[in-house]
Ligand binder design. Structure first.
Ligand code: NAD
Ligand code: UDP
Length: 339
């Protein structure tokens, strides 16, 4: 298939480009580098062994997005582009709504004009209601409003896509709800490259391991969990990328709306993750216990049954590989793509 990958210079998009090309698809990539760099595209091209087309475009620019789909007649849009920092979204909600909703609406308008009918959306487990029991299933209740503007953009875009499927004959939308993507490509060439001090656990641990930060702060050790720290469903980014390749099958079947969790079904505590990374990098990483972080749920993990049954997809890589691959990426690229 011919696939437009938006946000393809970013963390998840770059890994998905590699898996799409390896699966025999043709890709066109777009990014505005608000949170990434051209070096990621160079490395993805190198890994793929092909000079796929790349366009630097801000997808909130409607006419530019329209010209993009005019130039490249694609079968599918895979929409990774978006702003994603939960805390930042609380500080600058307007920018988050403008960017995440605006880019999606530009794409949908251009798709309507050019007859493109398949959309894959990077949604998130954050759309599930705080009261939903774990593990989350696709029919678990979603929040009426999430705990952040970022999460609300995910929820709103899910509704926009559901309405589009209802209104546009033949339109299909795969809403893929990611759990906690971590890891890096096993080559060590591409990985997560946050700017500044990372907010998420895995990149923070990686920066401590490489000596860029002093110690890990574990947010809360008095939760009602086996070791008192929060439980999450960490999924290797390459498994996640393969989940996108698998989801193309549903679009070909004319699925209409397809909602699917992409997680492993396994829960790992913060403390377990710190220990696993210490083993991967061969040194005991320093940590302390800090107060709970506002808004954190004690435990979230996926029920991955539906993905297995409908896509024949199951995550294969465990915590050990996730940590080893991040360590390979981080130790070879201590400054990310900026070297
Ligand atoms: P990322 O920031 O690494 O990648 C997003 C890319 O989109 C970046 O390269 C950025 O430059 C680009 N971008 C942003 N706005 C743009 C615009 N207006 N026009 C063109 N390009 C634009 O983030 P990621 O971790 O790869 O996440 C990809 C998607 O998955 C996002 O939508 C994110 O919300 C979603 N998601 C991520 C996680 C996670 O933990 N990483 C979890 C759930 C969902
Ligand atoms: N966490 C932590 N220290 C950090 C960053 C995160 O203890 O520096 C914890 C956080 O409280 C949560 C888990 O690690 O329990 C995963 O957090 P992350 O931000 O990576 O993902 P989230 O599940 O919040 O989307």
């Amino acid at each position: 298939m011919k696939i437009l990958v938006t946000g393809g210079a970013g963390y998840i998009g770059s890994h998905t480009c590699v898996e799409l090309v390896q699966a025999g698809h043709d890709i066109v990539v777009v990014d505005n580098f608000v949170n990434s760099s051209m070096e990621a595209i160079r490395r993805v091209r190198k890994l793929c062994g092909t000079e796929f087309p790349f366009e630097e475009i801000d997808l909130t620019d409607g006419p530019a997005t329209d010209r993009l789909l005019e130039k490249y007649p694609v079968d599918v849009v895979m929409h990774f582009a978006g702003l994603k920092a939960v805390g930042e979204s609380v500080q600058i909600p307007i920018e988050y709504y403008r960017n995440n909703l605006g880019s999606t609406l530009s794409l949908l308008s251009a798709m309507k004009k050019h007859g493109v009918k398949n959309f894959v959306f990077s949604s998130s487990a954050t759309v599930y209601g705080a009261d939903a029991p774990v593990p989350y299933k696709e029919d678990s209740p979603v929040s009426r409003i999430t705990s952040s503007p970022y999460g609300n953009t995910k929820l709103m875009i899910e509704y926009i896509l559901k309405d589009t499927v209802r209104a546009v004959p033949g339109f299909n939308a795969a809403l893929l709800r990611y759990f906690n993507p971590v890891g890096a490509h096993e080559s060590g060439e591409i990985g997560e490259d946050p700017s500044g001090i990372p907010n998420n656990l895995m990149p923070y641990i990686a920066k401590v391991a490489v000596g860029k930060l002093d110690k890990i702060h574990i947010f809360g050790n008095d939760y009602d969990t086996p070791d008192g720290t929060c439980l999450r469903d960490y999924i290797h980014v390459v498994d996640l990328a393969k989940g996108h390749v698998a989801a193309l099958k549903k679009l070909e079947e004319n699925c209409g709306v397809f909602v699917c969790n992409l997680g492993t079904g396994k829960a790992t505590s913060v403390l377990e993750m710190v220990k696993a990374f210490s083993a991967a990098c061969g040194k005991d990483l320093p940590y302390d216990f800090a107060p709970r972080r506002e808004g954190d749920l004690p435990e979230t993990w996926a029920d991955p049954t539906y993905a297995r049954e409908t896509l024949g997809w199951t995550a294969e890589k465990g915590i050990k590989e996730m940590c080893e691959d991040v360590w390979r990426w981080q130790s070879r690229n201590p400054n990310g793509y900026r070297d």
